[in-house]
Design a protein around this ligand. Structure first.
Ligand SMILES: C[S@@+](CC[C@H](N)C(=O)[O-])C[C@H]1O[C@@H](n2cnc3c(N)ncnc32)[C@H](O)[C@@H]1O
Length: 241
């Protein structure tokens, strides 16, 4: 059955934007519920891999409510979070206002991850958390990450993955099909927005194809870090010097 928030091709972005406008206020709570809080650990792993220093410039694409961008900025890097959803950015800005530490090195901007509004070779770190899967073209998103990365920059992608073990994959996809939309319905009044996760994952080739594309871009030290048996994955690569 097709999903209200999924459409291939040109209509995709508008539908995805509608989805995040609908769930923005409850997004953080639902993330905690559906992942049993584990998304915090996975994002911390991304931030550690980013290895930011205060002299670094970092870009977090599809930043949503700002988890990764805020954590990188707190380590001192000059950080920009970019997202196309006004509602998600409103939540990010509210969180930023409530941060105890000084955060003048963090800004959020509205923009399209497939047409990043920065020149080539601008950033030492380019991250994207649960974003690539939502783009009309994830390949285009990765090309753009590569373009704005400086030589030597770290490119890091965190997203839902496809577990290599068929039994585990079946159990996990059943969780995405049944429990996650139920949590969406109970706590956000929107089952369809959460059923979208599985629908979008079916159309996304996940960690292995992302690694292949990173190699095609001639990134160095390309790595796939499978989390929870590949249910989640981090792709890592460095732009050659
Ligand atoms: C699942 S959320 C991830 C938010 C955050 N990175 C996190 O890990 O919690 C996906 C985000 O991608 C954004 N997004 C989707 N397509 C986009 C695009 N083409 N350009 C910019 N942002 C986009 C959505 O608005 C949404 O905030």
């Amino acid at each position: 059955m097709s999903n209200t928030f999924y459409a291939p091709g040109e209509q995709r972005a508008a539908k995805v934007n509608n989805l995040f406008a609908a769930i923005a206020r409850r997004y953080d709570l639902l993330n905690d519920l559906q992942s049993f809080g584990l998304h915090r650990l996975w994002k911390r792993r991304v931030v550690l891999l980013a290895g930011s220093k205060s002299a670094d410039r970092a870009l977090d694409l599809c930043c949503g409510t700002g988890d990764i961008a805020i954590a990188i900025a707190q380590r001192g890097a000059e950080t920009t979070g970019l997202d196309f959803s006004e509602k998600m950015l409103e939540v990010a800005a509210t969180r930023q206002r409530h941060l105890k530490t000084q955060n003048s090195n963090l800004k959020f901007i509205q923009g399209d991850a497939q047409q990043i509004p920065f020149p080539d070779n601008s950033f030492d770190i380019v991250t994207v958390g649960y974003g690539l899967r939502n783009l009309t073209s994830w390949e285009r998103g990765l090309d753009e990450m590569f373009r704005v990365a400086r030589p030597g920059a770290r490119l890091i992608v965190l997203d839902f993955g496809k577990p290599p073990n068929p039994l585990w994959r079946k159990i996990y996809f059943t969780h995405l099909k049944c429990s996650v939309p139920l949590i969406g319905l109970l706590f956000c009044g929107n089952a369809s927005a959460y059923a979208y996760i599985l629908e979008s994952l079916k159309h996304y080739p996940a960690q292995l194809a992302v690694a292949e594309k990173m190699r095609a871009l001639k990134l160095a030290n390309v790595r796939v870090i499978n989390l929870l048996g590949g249910a989640m994955a981090i792709n890592y690569g460095e732009k050659p010097e």
